[in-house]
Design a protein around this ligand. Structure first.
Ligand SMILES: *Cc1c(COP(=O)(O)O)cnc(C)c1O
Length: 318
C-alpha cells in the first residue's frame, strides 16, 4: 500500500564513518560505516526504518495506535514506544517475561513513553506468529494495528529499502553488510538491488533464509545475497570476552557497537576480511543498525560493567 503523505517521524540523518584499521590496510579493503541517527537514540538504526510504514498504515487507517511483541530487553519495543509517543499514537506490547520488573531499564523506558505492557510466559509468547492467535488479539484491540516482532514484514522491509547504503562518500560499495536476526533488514537491503549483500547472522536460526525469502518482493530484480552463520557464537545475546574486547577496541576509534548485534556482526566481518574473503580494492558498506540502548539492559543483568556501559555507549573517552 502507498500513502500520499509521508508521516512525520523524528528526522533521521544518514552519516558515513570511514574506518581505519591495520587489517583493512593489509587487505586493501575500504570499510564505511553507515549510521542512521535521530534525536532519539532508541529510534536510531534499522528499527526506525522498519516501523515507518507500519505507523503510516496505523495513521492512514485511523487507528489509535499499534500493538506488538518483544523480549524484555528488546530494541524494537523501545523504538515502537518512542516513535508512537512522537506521533501521538497509543502503543501496547506483549512482553516475554514471567513477571513485571520495574527496574528493567528497557521496559522502564517503554513505560515512560506511555507504552502499555502485558507480560506473557514463554509458551504463550510462542503463539505470536499463529494467525488465529493474532486474529484473536486483533479482535480484542480493534483500534490498534498489529506490528510483528521486530517490525519485520513486507512493510518493514520496504522501509529499509528506502535507505541508500550503496553510495559511500568514496563511491559505490561492492558489498553491503548488516547484522541479521529476523531477516527484515536484510530483505529490505536486498530488494533495493544496489550491490551484493551479506547478512551476518547473530542468532542460530536455520529458518532465516526462508524468512528473508518470504519478505522479498516478487517480480523485481534483486541483489546477490548471502547469509553467513559462522559468527553466532553460543547463540542470540551470548558473547565471549574476546567479542566484548573487540567492541572496546572499536570504541577507541569512536565506533560504538554492542556485542549482541552490530559488534557481533562487525567482528565477523573482520574475520572474513582477515581470511581474504574480499578481493583487494573492495569497498564495503556496513549498516550500523543501532541497538546501543541494549547496553543498559546488559549492564542491568551484570553482563557488562558500568565502565563498559559508558565506554561502549560513547559516554567516556577510551
Ligand atoms: C533488531 C536489530 C537487528 C536485526 O534486524 P532484523 O531485521 O531482525 O534482522 C540488527 N541490529 C540491531 C541493533 C537490532 O536492534
Amino acid at each position: 500500500m502507498l500513502y500520499s503523505s509521508e508521516i512525520q517521524l523524528p528526522a533521521a540523518r544518514q552519516r558515513w564513518q570511514p574506518l581505519s584499521h591495520t587489517l583493512l590496510l593489509r587487505h586493501q579493503v575500504q570499510l564505511w560505516i553507515c549510521h542512521l541517527e535521530t534525536d532519539l537514540a532508541e529510534v536510531s538504526g534499522n528499527k526506525w526504518l522498519k516501523l515507518k510504514y507500519h505507523l503510516a498504515a496505523a495513521q492512514h487507517e485511523g487507528m489509535a495506535g499499534v500493538f506488538t511483541f518483544g523480549g524484555a530487553f528488546s530494541n524494537h519495543l523501545c523504538a515502537v514506544a518512542a516513535a508512537c509517543r512522537q506521533l501521538g499514537l497509543t502503543s501496547m506490547a506483549y512482553v516475554r517475561a514471567d513477571k513485571p520488573d520495574p527496574a528493567n531499564p528497557t521496559l522502564r523506558f517503554c513505560q515512560q513513553q506511555g507504552m502499555q505492557l502485558h507480560f506473557v510466559d514463554r509458551n504463550s509468547y510462542r503463539l505470536r506468529h499463529q494467525s488465529d492467535f493474532i486474529r484473536r488479539l486483533q479482535q480484542q484491540h480493534p483500534r490498534l494495528l498489529m506490528v510483528p516482532e521486530g517490525g519485520s514484514s513486507a512493510d518493514g522491509a520496504r522501509g529499509v529499502a528506502g535507505l541508500d547504503l550503496a553510495t559511500t562518500p568514496d563511491g559505490p560499495a561492492d558489498t553491503i553488510i548488516c547484522a541479521t536476526a529476523s531477516g527484515g533488514t536484510l530483505a529490505g537491503i536486498i530488494s533495493r538491488n544496489d550491490a551484493a549483500v551479506l547478512g551476518i547472522a547473530v542468532v542460530k536460526d536455520p529458518s532465516l533464509p526462508d524468512k528473508v525469502l518470504q519478505l522479498l518482493p516478487a517480480q523485481q530484480s534483486l541483489s546477490r545475497w548471502q547469509i553467513n552463520t559462522d559468527f553466532t557464537g553460543a547463540g542470540y545475546g551470548r558473547f565471549s570476552p574476546e567479542l566484548l574486547q573487540f567492541c572496546r577496541d572499536m570504541a577507541q576509534q569512536r565506533l560504538y557497537v554492542e556485542p549482541v548485534y552490530t559488534g557481533k556482526a562487525l567482528n565477523g566481518l573482520f574475520s572474513l576480511i582477515a581470511a581474504g574473503y574480499f578481493p583487494a580494492g573492495s569497498r564495503l558498506s556496513f549498516f550500523h543498525t543501532g541497538g546501543l540502548q541494549g547496553l543498559k539492559g546488559m549492564h542491568y543483568r551484570g553482563l557488562i560493567t558500568a565502565a563498559d556501559l559508558a565506554l561502549l555507549s560513547g559516554l567516556t573517552a577510551g
